[in-house]
Design a protein around this ligand. Structure first.
Ligand code: SF4
Length: 429
């Protein structure tokens, strides 16, 4: 979501005549896009702001802004705390960046734009912006109505609003016309997408997926994030019916204990979650499943934690994003007791990650000797190989005698490593 918002900001600014620079010290405008989902990214954003304030002190004409969820939460208090800031702008306001900058430049005013009530304006796309990129994101909705007890998203991104389907399809067609071949539809909870038009027209998420999946030259379609409580049979059947839809789903489970899930207000049980995994694997046996989990939610006992480990072993996720719970201001969980000690949270996280590491490694080793199709995105970090992803979202670094960038090619896997696969290309498709 943040990457997508940053792309929107960049496109808006380029349309307005701005050009990107390599070093922050060369810039006339610096906007820091932020995330407040956990304590760590918030601290990182504020520490980056500190470094940018140092630049502003040397270059007073620089316009400095804080954008995104940290900005939404801090509001005008941020201007009091950091008087060097010219702009504080919430995630729903990114489409108004040009108006905000005009106000700062013309009236010499500081601007705080944190309106959450209206539908976010959709900024003009910038032709040519995606040239040379083969993967892209499209946000199909904003906000969330779920109010999980630990989560700050409904407070900083507002209530759920679905975007009109035709504008989403037009955005997808634009990306494809610029060479993007792999699109991920984004939302906090994409499977509750619901758009009601005039004359009783109704679109749900499977309908939208089917339409986007029909776009010619779109090779791969993905979506994230799905909520287990809204994963319908119709959506599961899409994995069998839509050719472009990749066999990969990110389905956060957060905890394996029913008592913790209840206090998290997640709306499903561990049994229901396991049923969903079975249904997905029935429809698409090769589907890769990734998830999010947290340890140390208030009141999490050793037994609760064991239930989480048990669920991880039962499902055998392809990838797992695991975190220590941190209090987020204003949420229900912030007031819940008892808190789990930091040291204990770290122990639980290390235990969980070690179990998941062996599952991921085994899954990747099982691919050794197999042939997979890779959408080639560029050269690998070390520069000696090419890099891309499988439809199951695994990173593959491989050797190739010709330049395959932008192509969909067959690669034979030689080594399954923890975070990637290594192989050699076989032929062009
Ligand atoms: S569904 Fe996701 S975004 Fe919405 S409140 Fe729950 S965790 Fe937060």
């Amino acid at each position: 979501m943040n990457e997508y918002d940053s792309d929107l900001l960049a496109q808006s600014l380029i349309n307005d005549g701005f050009l990107p620079v390599k070093e922050p010290g060369d810039a006339d405008l610096i906007l820091i896009n932020t995330c407040s989902v956990r304590a760590k990214p918030e601290q990182k954003a504020l520490s980056l702001l500190g470094r940018m304030i140092d630049i502003k002190k040397r270059k007073p004409g620089l316009i400095l802004g804080l954008v995104g969820c940290v900005a939404q939460q801090g509001g005008s208090g941020l201007i009091e705390r950091f008087p060097e800031l010219d702009l504080v702008m919430g995630p729903r306001e990114v489409g108004r960046v040009r108006d905000c900058l005009a106000e700062i430049e013309e009236r010499g005013k500081k601007v705080v734009a944190i309106n959450l009530d209206e539908s976010p304006p959709i900024p003009e796309p910038c032709r040519g912006y995606f040239t040379g990129r083969f993967t892209g994101y499209i946000s199909i909705m904003e906000g969330c109505d779920n109010f999980c007890s630990y989560c700050i998203v409904p407070f900083v991104r507002g209530r759920e609003v679905s975007k009109p389907p035709r504008s989403i399809i037009a955005e997808a067609e634009l990306l494809v016309s610029e060479g993007v071949r792999d699109i991920t539809l984004l939302g906090q909870n994409v499977n509750s997408y619901m758009w009601k038009g005039e004359g009783g027209e109704v679109w749900d998420f499977p309908m939208l997926l089917r339409e986007v999946g029909r776009i010619k030259e779109l090779w791969r379609l993905r979506f994230t994030t799905s909520h287990p409580k809204d994963l319908s049979k119709d959506l599961i059947s899409c994995f069998d019916q839509i050719e472009a839809l990749c066999p990969h789903i990110h389905l956060p489970f957060q905890a394996g204990s029913n008592s913790v899930l209840r206090r998290m207000r997640r709306g499903y049980t561990r049994e229901r979650y396991l049923e969903l995994i079975s249904s997905l694997r029935e429809v698409r046996p090769d589907i890769a499943i990734s998830s999010d989990v947290m340890v140390g939610f208030p009141g999490e006992t050793e037994y609760d934690f064991e239930m989480t480990l048990d669920l991880i072993k039962k499902v055998e996720f392809d990838a797992l994003f695991s975190f220590k719970y941190s209090d987020r201001r204003g949420t229900l969980a912030e007031k819940m007791q008892p808190k789990v000690e930091e040291k204990e949270k770290s122990r639980r996280l290390a235990t969980l990650q070690s179990i998941q590491r062996s599952i991921t490694l085994q899954k990747n080793r099982n691919l050794e000797g197999k042939k997979v199709m890779v959408l080639v995105e560029g050269v690998s970090r070390r520069g000696s190989q090419y890099t891309g992803r499988t439809d199951t979202n695994k990173i593959v670094n491989f050797t190739c005698k010709y330049n395959p960038i932008g192509g969909l090619i067959k690669v034979k896997i030689k080594d399954g490593l923890l975070n990637s696969l290594r192989g050699e290309c076989l032929m062009a498709e």
